[in-house]
Structure formats: structure tokens, C-alpha cells
Ligand binder design. Structure first.
Ligand SMILES: NC(=O)c1ccc[n+]([C@@H]2O[C@H](COP(=O)([O-])OP(=O)(O)OC[C@H]3O[C@@H](n4cnc5c(N)ncnc54)[C@H](OP(=O)(O)O)[C@@H]3O)[C@@H](O)[C@H]2O)c1
Length: 254
């Protein structure tokens, strides 16, 4: 095993996609990698493939279950040094089909799922004066984009949460990172009916994520070219941004 700063790692959203690939890579980096999601079978199958991986099935919207899981991992593998909070859901939705239940689910899973984990992790990390919380957001949180009514706002909230936590927790010895992926080929994006420029395989995304963690980055982005374009979009004045959305994004998203 590589010389690693982590003994006990927790990854949520690890039954598929980026989280599963990260778990597979992380299994060579840390002796204890706890993997969570709702699909117990997928977690058990991953855990059977590597001695470092252990399955902790979980619905991140259940705050009590999240707390109990963090306590179980701590008891069985030691205090959690690194938590990658990646459980997430995406539903394509046009503004004219505004579906309140789906908007609520997006917020419950993507935002409150992370908040539940942060609440479970903080007491231990604060008392030890160490730990690293990694929040998986998205470039979709940079600005409001078409068809992302039930998704973009949840990721914008996570980007804001990460900034707040980073500033306030640094003096307590706790690191915070935010991961803002562009398009990654996973079950989440497989049925998207629109072009996904620069899309990369989940394995490449996980490699980039791990590399960012090893370098101690605050914001970890991939694929770089596409994300840089999205960062430019973020800096544009509103009138120009909305013109670009009308002219180039809305037409392609139809
Ligand atoms: N793919 C992309 O292009 C892209 C771009 C930007 C950001 N992201 C973000 O990256 C993260 C990983 O997504 P992915 O692309 O790897 O998609 P994915 O393969 O669909 O993974 C989503 C993961 O979240 C888990 N999950 C969903 N709801 C959950 C719940 N209530 N409780 C616990 N786990 C739950 C899923 O497992 P179960 O269904 O088994 O619970 C799965 O493990 C997400 O936060 C996503 O928003 C992805």
C-alpha cells in the first residue's frame, strides 16, 4: 500500500459511477474504506473484491441512519479521516414542468444528504482537531442552466456550504474540499438526451478526484477544459450569460 495520510475513509454514493471507481482506487490507498449507498448488493459486490472495502448500506436522507453509520465506521475502522460525500440524484426537468416533489427529493438527497453527514462527522473531527470533508457538487451549481431545476440549485447550495465550512473549520484543523465535475459517463448521465461536451469515463474522473485530494486542493475539477469554459460563463455579466443560454444552450437542449 502507498504511503497514505488516511487510515479510515468513508465514501457515500459508492454503489456506482464516480463513487464506486473512487472506492476501487482508494482501496489501494487506505486500509479501511467504508462505502455507502442504498444498493446493498452493489456495495457487497464491491467489498468482496478488495479487503480494504467494507459495505455500509445507507439512505443519506435519513439523518439518524447517517449518524449511526458514521459511529459504526468509527468503532470498526477508527475515526474517519476523509469523507467523500458523493451520493446524489439528477432529474432532468423543464421549468414549465416544475415538479415540487422532485425538487424536494433533489434537495433532500443532494443537499440534506451532505448536511446529514457533516452533522455526523463534525463532533469527532472537532474533538480530534483533524479530518477532511469532501463535498461533491457540480459545475451545474456555477450558474442556473436549462433543465436543471431539480439539480442545479442543490449543487449551488453545496458549493456555498463548502466555502462556509472551509473558512470556519480551517482554524480547527479540519480540511474541506469541493468537487465540481463536468460531464462524466455514469448511470446518472447515461440517458441524457442532450450533447455532453468533454464527457469522460468514471474511472478518469475518480483518478482526477484522488489526485486532487492527494495534492490537498480545495476545488477539484474535471475534465479541466470543459470546467474552465463553465468558469468563464460564471464570470460573464447577466445580459451576456442569458444571451448565450438562449442562443446556444436552450436550442441544443430541446
Ligand atoms: N456524472 C456526471 O456527469 C456528474 C457531473 C457533476 C456532478 N456529479 C455528481 O457526482 C456524484 C456521483 O454521481 P455519478 O455520476 O457517479 O452518478 P451515479 O452513478 O448515479 O451515482 C450516484 C450515487 O449516489 C447514490 N445515491 C443516490 N441516492 C441516494 C440516497 N438517497 N442515499 C444514499 N445514496 C444515494 C447512488 O446509489 P444508490 O442508488 O444505490 O443509493 C449512487 O451510488 C453525484 O453527487 C453527482 O451529482 C456527476
Amino acid at each position: 500500500m502507498a504511503d497514505t495520510p488516511w487510515n479510515s475513509v468513508w465514501i457515500t454514493g459508492a454503489s456506482s459511477g464516480i463513487g464506486l471507481e473512487l472506492a476501487r482506487l482508494m482501496a489501494d490507498e487506505a486500509p479501511h474504506v467504508a462505502i455507502s449507498a442504498r444498493s446493498a448488493d452493489a456495495l457487497e459486490a464491491a467489498a468482496a473484491s478488495h479487503a480494504a472495502l467494507a459495505a455500509y448500506p445507507l439512505d443519506v436522507t435519513d439523518a439518524d441512519a447517517v449518524k449511526a453509520t458514521a459511529e459504526r465506521i468509527t468503532a470498526e475502522a477508527g475515526p474517519i479521516d476523509l469523507a467523500v460525500l458523493g451520493a446524489g440524484t439528477w432529474k432532468l426537468m423543464d421549468a414549465e414542468d416544475f415538479d415540487l416533489a422532485a425538487v424536494r427529493t433533489g434537495m433532500e438527497v443532494n443537499y440534506m444528504g451532505v448536511a446529514n453527514a457533516v452533522a455526523a462527522l463534525l463532533p469527532g473531527m472537532l474533538s480530534r482537531g483533524s479530518g477532511h470533508i469532501v463535498i461533491v457538487a457540480s459545475v451545474a451549481g456555477y450558474r442556473g442552466l436549462p433543465k436543471a431545476v431539480a439539480y442545479g440549485p442543490t449543487k449551488a447550495a453545496l458549493i456555498n456550504l463548502a466555502e462556509t465550512l472551509k473558512a470556519e473549520l480551517a482554524p480547527h484543523g479540519i480540511k474541506v474540499s469541493v468537487v465540481n465535475p463536468g460531464f462524466v459517463d455514469t448511470p446518472m448521465t447515461r440517458d441524457n438526451p442532450f450533447p455532453m461536451p468533454g464527457i469522460i469515463p468514471a474511472r478518469d474522473a475518480a483518478r482526477a478526484l484522488l489526485s486532487g485530494l492527494e495534492k490537498g486542493r480545495y476545488e477539484i475539477v474535471f475534465p479541466t477544459g470543459f470546467v474552465m469554459g463553465m468558469k468563464v460563463l460564471r464570470l460573464l455579466p447577466n445580459a451576456l450569460f442569458f444571451w448565450i443560454v438562449r442562443k446556444f444552450i436552450l436550442t441544443k437542449a430541446k
